[in-house]
Design a protein around this ligand. Structure first.
Ligand code: SF4
Length: 463
């Protein structure tokens, strides 16, 4: 995320548009809920699930509390295996390193497997401006790239699209039958049109799910094998990794590999768990360790544990707001509950609406495999945003009035009596109009003539 000035994200407005399309809304909601249910099935098949979560959380907290030591250990191990290690303070430095490496190797074409960090750094448009042709090799990412859209989910980037949408995107960009919505046909069509680009690419890029300090290994988990092709076909392999991806030991991987795919897709393990430890003969391997705001977050008492995130997407799949508003409505690289914590750390004014895109039901926290207290961090962001004067004026006024009424028993009684009378007596057009956004899709129940407090007082008096 670069330091540009943007308009504040209007999550509610974008979500309102998303829900007008019943077919997409139903598909999105149903598909993600299926993933959540499959995750539950897997969880019940592992009796020690909660112990694994405790362990994963403890390993991550331990690593984050000693990050400099583990980073240096990782760097030394990687260098010992012939890898060149680079450090990037921010997105601009990351992108400049990638471009320099490509230029030094006279590389004009780059194939890339899925990496949210490169999205965060806005690397693709940067490289394209500098004459590099970048091809996404993950199926969902490729669909999004061809449609000129950002990923809407960190694990399944095009989950908001129906197969008919994919067929149309392919027909417009890489050819194919716009009316053939068969999943096998579409996947095969993407494969046969992308494979030659991979075979001819000058350079390949992957992200990293885990960096093992003890061995210097980069571990990448995928279901399509595209990361292995991106890393192994070209002579130049660049790995882009956030500094929070570290784990101390190879043995720790066993914990994370068991929880990652189960939490993400409800499958016991990803099809490929690839370990890259050094360049092949005659090839180069570079790792870029990227900070881009992570050190700052590590110093924030209320938010540092969000760095434990292993990007499984479970909090998104379970979130009723995410499922019914679509990932693109968050207007950010990271969407859903974890995105609503990460994005305001970069730009609180721009992303002020996101922590409010939650019912605070705590389901995100309950499913998180590394036990991040997501809903509590969302609540903390709400407080910071309100205290920072970043609430919309109408909402800020409403909250001030509500605060005053709720703080005074007399005002509260008067206000509830007035509201009871208004709902019973006022004409419907006055209650349900354009100004009443809440009442657009909801009906207020008819209130009783008498409040509970008045009823109770009357009964007491009567003995
Ligand atoms: S916050 Fe937890 S549940 Fe959400 S993506 Fe990260 S690890 Fe997964």
């Amino acid at each position: 995320m670069s330091a540009k000035i943007h308009d504040p994200v209007d999550h509610a407005g974008a979500a309102a548009k998303f829900i007008t399309d019943e077919a997409h809304l139903t598909f999105h909601d149903t598909r993600l809920w299926e993933m959540r249910q499959k995750r539950d099935g897997q969880m019940h098949g592992v009796p020690e699930w909660q112990e694994l979560r405790d362990l994963a959380s403890a390993i991550k907290e331990h690593t984050l509390s000693r990050l400099p030591e583990y980073l240096e250990q990782f760097e030394a191990q990687a260098i010992a295996h012939g890898v060149q290690v680079h450090w990037a303070r921010d997105a601009a430095e990351h992108n400049a390193i990638v471009l320099r490496l490509l230029r030094e190797n006279n590389a004009k074409t780059l194939v890339k497997s899925k990496s949210m960090l490169t999205e965060e750094c806005e690397m693709a448009p940067f490289l394209e401006r500098h004459g590099i042709t970048l091809t996404e090799t993950d199926l969902g990412e490729r669909i999004q790239q061809l449609d000129n859209e950002s990923p809407s989910h960190i694990v399944v980037p095009s989950v908001h699209k129906l197969r008919a949408d994919v067929a149309r995107v392919f027909a417009k960009t890489i050819g194919g039958d716009p009316n053939n919505t068969d999943a096998t046909y579409l996947a095969e069509h993407c494969r046969v049109t992308t494979r030659p680009l991979m075979l001819d690419a000058d350079a390949g890029m992957t992200g990293a799910n885990f960096l093992v300090a003890e061995t210097g290994a980069v571990v990448v988990c995928t279901n399509e094998g595209n990361a292995d092709l991106s890393a192994n076909l070209p002579k130049l392999h660049i790995v882009s990794a956030g500094i929070e991806k570290l784990i101390p030991r190879q043995a720790d991987l066993g914990v994370f590999v068991r929880i990652l795919s189960r939490s993400a897709l409800g499958s016991p393990i990803t099809q490929y768990t690839s370990h890259f430890r050094g360049p092949r003969d005659g090839a180069q391997m570079h790792i870029i360790l990227v900070d881009n705001g992570r050190s700052k977050r590590l110093g924030q008492a209320e938010f540092w544990t969000s760095l434990k995130c292993i990007r499984c997407g479970a909090c998104m799949n379970t979130c009723p707001v995410y499922r019914r508003s679509g990932g693109l409505s968050y207007g950010a690289v990271y969407s859903g509950p974890i995105g609503a914590i990460i994005n305001p750390a970069y730009d609180p004014a721009r992303y002020a609406a996101l922590p409010f895109a939650s019912t605070l039901n705590g389901s995100c926290t309950a499913v998180c495999p590394v036990k991040i207290n997501i809903h509590e961090q969302l609540y903390a962001w709400r407080r910071i945003i309100a205290e920072g004067g970043l609430l919309p004026a109408q909402k800020a006024l409403a909250m001030r009035v509500a605060g005053a009424v709720l703080a005074s028993p007399t005002l509260y009684r008067l206000a509830t009596a007035a509201a009871r009378m208004a709902v019973r007596r006022l004409p419907r057009a006055l209650l349900y109009n354009r100004l009443n956004g809440w009442g657009r899709d909801r009906e207020l129940p008819t209130p009783p003539k008498e409040s509970f407090a008045a009823w109770h007082a009357r009964r007491k008096k009567a003995g």
